[in-house]
Design a protein around this ligand. Structure first.
Ligand SMILES: Cc1cc2nc3c(=O)[nH]c(=O)nc-3n(C[C@H](O)[C@H](O)[C@H](O)COP(=O)(O)OP(=O)(O)OC[C@H]3O[C@@H](n4cnc5c(N)ncnc54)[C@H](O)[C@@H]3O)c2cc1C
Ligand code: FES
Ligand code: FES
Length: 1307
């Protein structure tokens, strides 16, 4: 229990970390295990990703001895939610505790790295600990257990496939290269339906399993015997831990607990601290509850265990594994959260709460907590002791349903528990219970509806009445928090329908004569999407057998930091140890979108202990507004989330407390522009319009057969890099020098902004980075603004500053991908041939220019995608709004802009009654040609990717099967789509692609390599080592790449636009060639000598062993006046085919299969390139399907963490995933390679269009002839609502003009 601190008497907290005893004499109840590990024990392998239990980056294993069962219980937990004080007597194992590159790496770590399951590596320690804990409990796990174990771990880079694969190597029944559970490698199967063109020599093995060390479970560390003794100690006493503000009491037994509960009735009882028949103890975790129920279900007759099976369904998908390991049944029930998945089922199942207090025991039904007419509450001093879940009878039926934004680890949008009891042998309702979640402040009972239906027959009439009554009884106001009212209403009655069918089926089973089977077409309403273990194949070019064995180019070499990622030894910015006098920075951000700042009162903030200073615009010695980007708001604020001031204090807790005390008064200003529509109305734009045009669009519109006009909206996207923005600034104290460490994509930019803010020459600002925990465009410009903010604080206070954004602040302040609105007018012939396109794009740039001009340029230039439209006009504008400034994001506008293109192609196909792929094919570039802006190109590879994709994915035959499926299944529809891609890499101006490197050879022959590119997880450093190894003709082990810094390579351009390998590779190649040339005379004299001998000799001959390399850049340009240019050095082509299944009643979808054909030319590192393509594809799929940012009408971003912004998890990835590199040549780039960092993003749109196809099939069957536009993201809501039926017809519609919605779209 926790309560305000009153007593200074603290007990010693004793626990073990990685086998070492920790005795904490001043345990603070407010401190979490994550903080303690990272900041006190300096075990920085465990990462901070969100602080709310939603990302799994902080996963550790906790082990406890149970003196009753005499067993040791190991479970994974998110350290950010574990209160330190809860650990008395526990053993904690962190990633450092299981293996290290310094001693011995653990097989889990080794395999994750070698299977290429790490990119940026920030999620890797959490992944390792989840798999490790699984193996501690199940040395031979099943693949289902593996999938379940990974359900609480997010990865933003890899797309999960390689992570799952590394875990599968431990699974008993699975080898990694296995298809359809046959146990045989698919490549060995003669009859394999999968494609492998024997003429083109392709490889499929990205790693060598024979290298893996065997896993021996007996070698794991033992549980500390001292903790067993502590657990068995009969003299246990109540423990008390006092912090500054809060006291923690751990009662030794129940009577002490009840005593305390009476004494402190309002003190929370901390169980899992995650908020944060069968009798189950309230202290059981949800994972333990699952185990108990699984065992009961397997031992008891099926009909009696219906409630348990209903609970088990949700206990698999509710939260992630770590949360289920921590959250308790009692805590869950007592919290009465509206999102509770368990309470509606327990209430419907007539579960009983056993309550206990000092006064005695009593029982209540859980339904009494939620049914107004039976209202009961827990009394003061009372706790839930246990929960009794009755067995059901033969004529009792129960169901559990939920729909969330994604399949698992997401709060439900609506959930339900429903139970019906019939009079024995009849279908007459004796008792009925329906409970819904997320439609009110807590679980809501539809008790009046149920009462009115008692005595009725279970038939269609009853169903209609039930739907009508529930909609009347449970009113969801149009302004309700969470929005989606119409969808929620539809879900409620769709769930009733599913329940109705399910029960009808059961009745039929009980008495087939009396109760007919449900119609065959309805059966599909009942089937749920299973979570399957993904399978697939990756195909890439084999290395020429004549290539030197020392030469690593073309090999799937593991990420240079892979093992360090997996052992937690890779150092990220916040892992850098604290320096003396360091201060922590917390931000105060604007709560208004557009307002005058009337006053800033910092007096209370300055009184908080440990606070050193509050920094505002007045403290900026140089420019506060640099290139239109504002560091500290001055006089007025222009978005919610703008930094107004920062607080510097000795700890982050103090800084944050003080930040909350800063009082700012505002006066709202007009206009407040939030959406693109608002901006258009106010003529609020940045920059001039960008336009390209070819042919004569207006003239051609006069003679085409048909013209359609429409709009497409694509909402924004959050980068959700796992490492939030972190900046360390260290004033050296001399010559105004500042040393900066941050994860960034553009060190030169950071340097220039900080220099401008401090009014010092750039030479005084030294920016360093080793790696970033993901970036995706979000660390191009934003670290410069944040760096300036931190540097001003360092300048003012004279102290080193550590500035780490919390996840919520990061999401709020740094914004993301631009929301886009496309308006189109298309002129086409009846046969589908498009003659003219007039396209107008708007992007929501937010409040400052950032990179929006470049984004709109890219959108306009790439807007034709793969299509040869003879008369084409495209215009683009960047809207200036009062939202945080949007910025670069993988694909740089192409993923949004081109979605609109594919959308109008689909619309043309719809109008012509043609399959979309036919219209795509018909209008596609086919021969050597020029783009709309007159850049010549050869679409041969585009055609190759397209054709191979169609052919090798068996598109046509699968389409026929899908049509057959759709005919038979009214409530489930499948859809398939194939999408072509013509992508370009690089920037529009030549100087943006210049690059430099610096290579030193030391006297021992070791090489230190530096260049201007940043390692963001994309494997740039690994590839650069491969390049240097080939060029210098030495093994990679000789070459070290430590960091990127403005001190070694000045004026480097950004690491973005898929160009980093191309341009830095050329610079590295150049430096190495210079050095090798210098060494040539020595080598010639001693050709059989060793590298070390040549280097030593070179030194003796005073030959410089250091060289800079340089690449001038691609000679690109764009003339916007003439609307022509050669803006991109080359094209990357591809095609993707995806197949999905949707549930027309809920809007859920399942991605069944994806085939990607990517023109990879010659891959320098197929493992890394494969990872980029797969990772980008999953990120793109997230953009187009489940990632949804929610804003209030006032411009407040609601989505500020993993709990309300859903990136794909392991269960979203395709069940079958095939990626093939299509070979080509690209003489313009190093080793004939291609930049593949971004291209895969748009391939994710194949999922979007497969969903469109499925929704179209549903609508066609329902007789809805008019076209419909699916906007992005195609969330469950967006899928469900156009699948109109008797349920959508019934729901009350709100008059939009009569209320202010909770959230709005900003596109
Ligand atoms: C990331 C994340 C995702 C989640 N996703 C879901 C989800 O999808 N679906 C879902 O249903 N839930 C979800 N949850 C909620 C999770 O199930 C709850 O956290 C859990 O229900 C709370 O249990 P706890 O043991 O941690 O309670 P605590 O946080 O320890 O306590 C909660 C409250 O209950 C009181 N309490 C605790 N035990 C008792 C008792 N025995 N008697 C009386 N009062 C008691 C405490 O005083 C406190 O006020 C999620 C949680 C997190 C953190
Ligand atoms: S940091 Fe703990 S779960 Fe995200
Ligand atoms: S490797 Fe998983 S988040 Fe980067």
């Amino acid at each position: 229990m926790t309560m305000p601190s009153t007593s200074p008497q603290s007990d010693h907290l004793i626990f073990f970390v990685n086998g070492k005893k920790v005795v904490e004499r001043h345990a603070d109840p407010e401190v979490t295990l994550l903080f303690y590990l990272r900041k006190v024990l300096c075990l920085t392998g465990t990462k901070y990703g969100c602080g709310t239990g939603g990302c799994g980056a902080c996963t550790v294993m906790i082990s406890k001895y149970n003196p009753v069962t005499k067993k040791i219980h190991h479970y994974s937990a998110t350290a950010c939610l574990v209160p330190l004080c809860s650990l008395h007597g526990a053993a904690v194992t962190t990633v450092e505790g299981i293996g290290s590159i310094k001693t011995r790496i653990h097989p889990v770590q080794e395999r994750l790295a070698k299977c290429h399951g790490t990119q940026c590596g920030f999620c890797s320690p959490g992944m390792v600990m989840s798999i490790y804990t699984l193996l501690r409990n199940y040395p031979d796990p099943t693949t289902e257990q593996l999938m379940e174990t990974l359900s609480g771990n997010l990865c933003r880079c890899t797309g999960y496939r390689p992570i799952v694969e590394s875990g599968k190597t431990f699974c008993e029944e699975s080898t990694v290269c296995q298809l359809q559970g046959t146990g045989k490698c698919c490549m060995d199967q003669e009859e394999s339906q999968f494609y492998l063109d024997k003429k083109e020599k392709m490889c499929t093995k990205l790693y060598d399993e024979s290298e893996f060390r065997p896993f021996d479970p007996s070698q794991e560390p033992i549980f500390p015997p001292e903790l067993i003794r502590m657990a068995k100690d009969p003299q246990k006493k109540t423990l008390m831990f006092c912090g500054d503000r809060v006291m923690w009491l751990s009662p030794a037994n129940m009577s002490e607990l009840l005593e305390l509960r009476m004494k402190y009735p309002t003190a929370p009882l901390v169980m899992g601290n995650t908020t944060v028949g069968v009798t189950i103890g309230a202290g059981c975790t949800l994972a333990e509850m699952k185990e108990i129920l699984t065992s009961v279900v397997s031992n008891e007759p099926k009909e009696k265990t219906k409630t348990y099976r209903a609970l088990l369904k949700h206990l698999r998908t509710l939260a992630g594994q770590q949360i289920r390991n921590m959250a308790t049944l009692g805590g869950h029930v007592a919290s009465k959260h509206d999102y509770s998945d368990i309470n509606p089922i327990l209430a419907a199942g007539k579960a009983i709460l056993n309550l206990i207090s000092k006064e005695g025991k009593r029982q209540i039904l859980i339904e009494q907590l939620f049914t107004p007419s039976l209202k009961e509450e827990l009394h003061d001093g009372e706790i839930i002791y246990s929960v009794v879940i009755p067995k059901l009878h033969r004529w009792d039926f129960i169901t559990a349903q939920r729909q969330a934004q994604r399949l698992e680890n997401a709060f439900a949008i609506v959930n339900a528990g429903m139970r019906v009891q019939f009079r024995e042998g009849t279908n007459s309702i004796k008792d009925l219970k329906m409970f819904f979640g997320r439609v009110g402040p807590t679980t809501v009972s539809a008790s009046k509806t149920c009462e009115q239906l008692i005595g009725r027959q279970w038939n269609d009439e009853m169903l209609s009445k039930a739907c009508r009554l529930v909609l009347d009884e449970i009113h969801i106001p149009p302004t309700a928090v969470g929005g989606m009212m119409e969808y929620k209403r539809t879900l409620m009655i769709s769930f009733i329908f599913k329940f109705y069918l399910k029960v009808q089926r059961e009745l039929h089973k009980l008495d087939p004569k009396m109760y007919p089977e449900i119609p065959e077409t309805s059966i599909s309403a009942l089937e749920e999407f299973p979570i399957k273990t993904p399978q697939g194949i990756q195909m890439f070019q084999c290395v020429d057998p004549h290539q030197s064995p020392q030469d690593p180019v073309g090999h799937p070499v593991m990420h240079q930091s892979g093992l360090k990622h997996a052992t937690g030894e890779a150092v990220y910015n916040d892992d850098i140890p604290r320096v003396d006098e360091e201060l922590l920075l917390a931000v105060v951000t604007s709560t208004r979108a557009h307002a005058k700042i009337l006053s800033i009162d910092v007096s209370e903030a300055l009184e908080i202990p440990g606070v050193v200073d509050v920094i505002t615009a007045k403290d900026v010695p140089g420019e506060n507004n640099h290139e239109g980007e504002i560091f500290y708001a001055e006089n007025e604020v222009i978005c919610v989330g703008q930094i107004v001031c920062t607080v510097a204090a000795d700890t982050y807790a103090h800084a944050k407390q003080a930040a909350e005390k800063v009082k700012i008064t505002y006066e709202d200003m007009e206009p407040r522009i939030i959406t693109i529509e608002d901006a258009i109305n106010h003529n609020s734009f940045f920059f001039k319009e960008k336009k390209i045009e070819k042919g004569n669009v207006d003239k051609v519109f006069q003679y085409v057969d048909e013209i359609i006009e429409g709009e497409v909206r694509v909402e924004g996207q959050e980068h959700f890099y796992m490492e939030t923005q972190t900046i360390l600034v260290h004033p050296t104290g001399e010559d105004k020098e500042m040393v900066i460490h941050t994860g960034m994509q553009h060190p030169t930019y950071v340097q220039s902004f900080i220099a401008a803010a401090l009014d010092v020459p750039r030479s005084r600002i030294m920016c360093h980075m080793k790696r970033a925990g993901g970036a995706f465009g979000g660390k191009v410009t934003k670290p410069a603004v944040l760096g300036a903010v931190a540097a001003v604080a360092a300048h003012k206070t004279g102290h080193p500053i550590r500035f780490c954004l919390e996840r919520g602040d990061d999401m709020l302040i740094t914004a993301g991908r631009h929301p886009l609105l496309a308006k189109y007018k298309i002129g086409f012939m009846k046969n589908g041939l498009i003659k003219a396109v007039d396209l107008q794009y708007y992007i929501n740039a937010g409040c400052t220019p950032d990179e929006s001009e470049m984004v709109i340029e890219f959108i306009v230039l790439k807007s034709e995608n793969a299509y040869d439209i003879p008369n084409f006009r495209c215009r683009g504008r960047a809207c200036k709004t009062n939202l945080p400034s949007n910025t670069a994001f993988r694909g740089f506008g192409y993923p949004q802009g081109t979605l609109a293109v594919e959308n109008y192609i689909t619309a043309v196909a719809f109008h012509c009654g043609l399959p979309p792929e036919k219209v795509r094919d018909m209008n596609m570039y086919k021969t050597v040609n020029k783009t709309a802006y007159k850049e010549p190109f050869n679409p041969e590879l585009l055609r190759k990717c397209w054709k191979e994709c169609l052919e090798k994915s068996s598109f046509q035959s699968r389409k026929t099967v899908i049509e057959e499926f759709n005919r038979k299944n009214y409530w489930k529809k499948k859809g398939i789509a194939v999408i072509p891609m013509k992508f370009t890499i690089g920037g529009l101006v030549a100087y943006e692609s210049q690059a430099a490197s610096l290579v030193h050879i030391y006297q021992d022959g070791s090489v230190l390599l530096t260049h201007g590119g940043c390692e963001l997880g994309q494997g740039l450093y690994t590839k650069m080592i491969q390049v240097a190894s080939r060029e210098l003709k030495i093994p990679s082990s000789y070459i070290h790449l430590s960091e990127t810094s403005t001190t070694t390579v000045p004026n480097a351009r950004y690491t973005a636009g898929s160009m980093a390998t191309d341009i830095n590779g050329r610079a590295v190649q150049n430096a190495c060639q210079i050095l090798l040339k210098r060494l040539e005379p020595i080598i010639r004299k001693n050709p059989k000598g060793k590298w070390e001998e040549w280097i030593s000799q070179a030194f003796m001959e005073s030959i410089s062993l250091s060289a800079t390399g340089y690449f001038k850049g691609y000679q690109t340009y764009m003339d916007w006046e003439k609307e022509e240019g050669n803006p991109y050095p080359y094209f990357v082509y591809g095609a993707a085919c995806s197949e999905v299944e949707i549930d027309c009643l809920t809007g859920a979808h399942k991605l069944l299969r994806t085939d990607i054909f990517m023109d990879a030319a010659f891959s320098i590192n197929p493992a890394i390139d494969m990872g980029q393509i797969e990772g980008a594809f999953i990120q793109g799929m997230g953009l187009y399907t489940i990632e949804e940012l929610k804003y209030s009408p006032e411009g407040v971003l609601y989505s500020r963490g993993p709990e309300d912004y859903k990136i794909p998890t392991v269960s979203e990835i395709p069940e079958e995933f095939y990626v093939t590199f299509v070979r080509s040549r690209n003489p313009i780039a190093i080793y004939s390679s291609k930049g593949l960092g971004e291209a895969g993003m748009f391939m994710g749109s194949s999922v979007f269009f497969a969903i469109t196809d499925a929704v179209t099939a549903a609508r066609r069957e329902r007789g809805l002839a008019e076209p419909f536009t699916l906007n992005s993201p195609a969330t469950p809501e967006m899928i469900r609502m156009p699948c109109m039926d008797q349920f959508t017809e019934q729901i009350p519609r709100d008059d939009l003009s009569t209320f202010k919605p909770w959230s709005i779209h900003v596109s």
